[in-house]
Write a protein that binds this ligand. Structure first.
Ligand SMILES: C[S@@+](CC[C@H](N)C(=O)[O-])C[C@H]1O[C@@H](n2cnc3c(N)ncnc32)[C@H](O)[C@@H]1O
Length: 226
């Protein structure tokens, strides 16, 4: 019997839509933006692409301006509106929009690529396998999942503690404000490998361009399609 239960949907992202990019820039010194745009840069034109939790969608505007057919799904109406405004500004195809919880949206299939930019961190660790399975479900055979998020925790204890502190401050704020999960830093590369996937490309990003490489983007495929 499946005893897994889905954590409650996050709230209040509408109130963050005008501030989110500024907060991310202040906290990461551009690393969050660089990682999500690195993933976008890996997509080919004219692909079918699903973006879960696009936020304000700079990466979506980039992908759709290069001719991809993009579906975006987010709980927040304001985030979706911000993404659409960006896409209009940049030109290109308008994305298909779904306002809802990507964990329970089962109509989407066969995407060439699924992007999860800074979204897995919203959920508790024990939900990760189910979320990764859901992302796999959206992806076509041979398709790719591109994830940008916090890099896995360092092995060296002092570095790990500093990293947890850096991750913990915004997590505490988001936990109180949006109801996102309270957790230690996920080991996303380990979770995707446990889910039968292989990392085919990865890149670390330095905080403020010169600091520690605490942000990472990965491109993953099913093991038997590599
Ligand atoms: C931390 S923000 C990430 C935003 C952006 N992708 C980025 O790269 O910074 C999380 C985004 O995921 C959305 N979100 C959170 N939980 C969701 C869910 N269960 N289904 C769909 N969207 C969700 C939020 O509304 C928000 O836009």
């Amino acid at each position: 019997m499946d005893t897994f239960s889905t954590s409650p949907p996050s709230r209040n992202y509408d109130l963050l839509a005008n501030w989110y990019d500024l907060l991310a820039a202040i906290w990461s010194g551009g690393a969050i933006r660089a990682a999500r745009l690195w993933c976008a840069g890996h997509l080919d034109p004219e692909q079918d692409v699903l973006v879960v939790g696009p936020g304000t969608g700079e990466d979506v505007a980039d992908i759709s301006s290069r001719g991809a057919h993009v579906v975006i799904i987010d709980l927040s109406k304001k985030m979706l509106e911000a993404t659409l405004a960006r896409c209009r500004q940049k030109g290109g195809l308008a994305p298909e929009v779904i306002q809802g919880d990507f964990r329970t949206e089962h109509s989407i299939k066969n995407q060439d690529a699924v992007l999860a930019p800074f979204v897995l961190n919203v959920f508790p660790s024990d939900e990760l396998p189910h979320i990764i399975a859901q992302l796999q479900d959206y992806t076509s055979d041979g398709g790719r999942i591109l994830i940008s998020d916090f890099a896995p925790p360092a092995n060296f204890l002092p570095s790990r503690l500093l990293m947890e502190l850096w991750h913990g401050i915004p997590m505490a704020i988001f936990h109180l404000f949006t109801g996102s999960a309270w957790h230690l830093i996920h080991n996303i590369p380990a979770a995707v490998e446990q889910a039968g996937m292989v990392i085919v490309e990865r890149k670390r990003f330095r905080v403020f361009g010169i600091g520690p490489t605490w942000i990472e983007a990965i491109v993953v495929k099913m093991r038997d399609t590599v």
